[in-house]
Design a protein around this ligand. Structure first.
Ligand code: DX5
Ligand code: ZN
Length: 222
C-alpha cells in the first residue's frame, strides 16, 4: 500500500519545509502535480521546483503530468529527479512511444486516466506500465469532491492485472480521504494520492498512518 501526499495542497510559500514534513511523515511517495494551463485550466510548478526540493528527501517522486505535450517535459523532469512520470492516456496516439521514452530515461512508467475516459482505453498499455492512476476528480485543482462514479473503474483494472499476472500499482487521485480511501482499497486500489486530507492536517504523520491503516484493513482479497 502506497500513501502519497500531494504537494499541491502544501503551502507554496515554504515548499522546502513542506517537503521535509512529508519526508518525516512515514509516507511512501511525494506526488507532484504538474499543470500546463492547457490540458487543465490551471498552472502549478515546473522542473525547477522539483530540482530544488530533490536534495531534501529520499522520497519517491511521483510526477503527474497534466500536460498536453508531455514529450517536451520528460527529460527535464527526469533530470530534476522524478522517480516516476505519469502521462495521460487522453493526449493522443503517441502514448506507447512516450511510455517507452519514460522507461528509457530510467524512470518508472505511469499512465493516468481522466473521469470521462472509459477504463478500456488503458488496456492496451498495461504491460508497459508500473502504475495506473485513476483520476477520481477532473484534474486541475485540489480539494474537490471524489466522483463516486469512478469507483467501478478500479475493479476491472484490478481484474486485468490479476489475469495478466502484472504488478502495476492502481492509484486513485482526487478527493481521497478517510472515507473514500478504504472504499477504493476494497475495489482493488493500492496507491492513495491525497492532497487536502493529508497536507492540511497539523499532524501529517498521524494522518498518513490513519490512511494506511484504513487502506490496509480494507484491502481487496488477491
Ligand atoms: C488534481 C491533482 C491531485 C490533487 C489531489 O488535479 O491531480 O493530485 O492534488 O488533491 P485532493 O486530495 O485535495 O483532491
Ligand atoms: Zn495528481
Amino acid at each position: 500500500m502506497i500513501i502519497a501526499p500531494s504537494l499541491l495542497a502544501a503551502n507554496f510559500g515554504r515548499l522546502a519545509r513542506e517537503t521535509e514534513r512529508v519526508d518525516g511523515s512515514g509516507a511512501d511517495w511525494l506526488h507532484l502535480d504538474i499543470m500546463d494551463g492547457h490540458f487543465v485550466p490551471n498552472i502549478s510548478f515546473g522542473p525547477a521546483v522539483v530540482r530544488t526540493i530533490r536534495p531534501l528527501t529520499k522520497l519517491f517522486f511521483d510526477v503527474h503530468l497534466m500536460c498536453s505535450k508531455p514529450e517536451i517535459l520528460l527529460e527535464p523532469f527526469a533530470q530534476a529527479g522524478a522517480n516516476q512520470m505519469n502521462i495521460h492516456v487522453e493526449i493522443g496516439d503517441h502514448v506507447t512511444t512516450l511510455l517507452w521514452k519514460i522507461k528509457s530515461l530510467g524512470s518508472k512508467v505511469g499512465l493516468a486516466i481522466n473521469p470521462p475516459t472509459a477504463i478500456s482505453m488503458v488496456r492496451p498499455f498495461l504491460k508497459q506500465i508500473d502504475s495506473l492512476l485513476i483520476m477520481t476528480v477532473n484534474p486541475g485543482f485540489g480539494g474537490q469532491q471524489f466522483i463516486y462514479e469512478m469507483l467501478p473503474k478500479i475493479q476491472p483494472a484490478a481484474a486485468w492485472r490479476r489475469e495478466k499476472n502484472l504488478r502495476f500499482h492502481i492509484g486513485v487521485d482526487g478527493g481521497v480521504d478517510f472515507k473514500t480511501a478504504p472504499e477504493c482499497a476494497q475495489a482493488g486500489a493500492d496507491a492513495f494520492i491525497s492532497g487536502t486530507t493529508l497536507c492540511h492536517r497539523r499532524n501529517l504523520r498521524a494522518a498518513v498512518k490513519k490512511m494506511r491503516h484504513l487502506a490496509e484493513s480494507h484491502r481487496s482479497p488477491p
